[in-house]
Design a binder for this molecule. Structure first.
Ligand SMILES: Cc1cc2nc3c(=O)[nH]c(=O)nc-3n(C[C@H](O)[C@H](O)[C@H](O)COP(=O)(O)OP(=O)(O)OC[C@H]3O[C@@H](n4cnc5c(N)ncnc54)[C@H](O)[C@@H]3O)c2cc1C
Length: 278
């Protein structure tokens, strides 16, 4: 789609050249969603895709994924030695638009969009990631940088805690989280449709804890740690009652709560088998 209100495009290769925010500024990464809809408020595009961040880097304690890492780069990374990374190709292939956006769409663009059907935030929530957020300052002053948990970032459909001019620079995942065993289960109207509900079950060998991340059916993803004191269905129901359930043409609240229960049961059964899919 032509964005007819755009007056200028700024595409730095160096993050330090990013301008301070003025009304009408809009960040763009892959542009796969931004150019799919009219953007009447946008006057200047600030393109983050050319910034020379390392797409994925590892340290002894963290795996750091740059916001402008594309789905293709995420899927193509060598995740051997970081077994939970096998979840990324599964999540990427679960996007309704996967084949169209694969080479261009970025992790940061997906997180910034904050769709209920978003695939990246549930995965990062499961892995206890933190997002590095940056607000450029005026007149060459140092940028403001803060770290927030994936759990705190998305607050609703297309709603996040990002302030004016703030962008996602990186996703920081504790390296230990990559030893978790994960199972993703999704429900959609068709194989190519976006998710109506999705659950990621995770078993942590270090703590013995089992968690469920519930998404797609809720307006933002929610993670619970299972307790032996109540049934899985009771715990999933309690979580979906405590958070806003999405109601749209893909399903009402009761249907989506039912899907969450069913997917949770399926995911946990798969997790209990020795040769489960990631
Ligand atoms: C038809 C269609 C169907 C889709 N279905 C799904 C689906 O089922 N599941 C799913 O998860 N996604 C879905 N998407 C979204 C798709 O994955 C995205 O287009 C993609 O995630 C956006 O990435 P991008 O890099 O192209 O972002 P852009 O299109 O460039 O930007 C998307 C939004 O994020 C903001 N943004 C970009 N980068 C950053 C950053 N670093 N920090 C903060 N904000 C930023 C932009 O200002 C914009 O608001 C769909 C998209 C389309 C067009």
């Amino acid at each position: 789609m032509d964005l007819i209100h755009i007056e200028s495009v700024f595409r730095p290769a160096d993050e330090s050249a990013l301008p301070s925010f003025t009304p009408g500024d809009t960040y763009v990464s892959g542009g796969t969603w931004l150019f799919s809809e009219a953007q009447p408020a946008a006057r200047r595009l600030i393109d983050l895709s050319a910034i020379a961040w390392t797409p994925i880097s590892t340290t002894p304690t963290e795996v750091v994924i740059a916001a402008n890492c594309t789905y293709r780069q995420l899927e193509g990374f060598d995740w051997s030695g970081l077994p939970a990374g096998r979840i990324f190709p599964i999540a990427i292939r679960s996007l309704s638009s996967s084949f169209k956006t694969y080479g261009l769409a970025t992790v940061g663009g997906n997180i910034g969009l904050a769709f209920a059907k978003g695939m990246m935030t549930p995965v990062f929530l499961t892995l206890d990631a933190r997002y590095e957020l940056v607000t450029p300052a005026a007149d060459g002053a140092p940028a403001n940088v803060r770290l927030v948990s994936a759990a705190a970032f998305q607050t609703g459909v297309r709603q996040t805690i990002l302030g004016p001019g703030e962008y996602v620079r990186a996703i920081r995942v504790p390296r230990d989280a990559f030893s978790r065993r994960l199972v993703l289960r999704r429900a959609a109207h068709q194989a190519s449709s976006h998710v109506t509900a999705m659950v990621i079950a995770a078993a942590d060998p270090a703590t013995g804890a089992t968690t469920l991340t519930l998404s797609g059916a809720l307006t933002y993803p929610v993670k619970i740690t299972l307790s032996p004191a109540a049934s899985v269905a009771e715990q999933v129901d309690a979580a979906s009652a405590a958070h806003p359930v999405l109601v749209d043409s893909h399903g009402g609240g009761d249907y989506r709560r039912l899907l969450l229960r069913e997917l949770a049961t399926e995911a946990l059964a798969a997790l209990a088998t020795p040769d489960h899919a990631a």
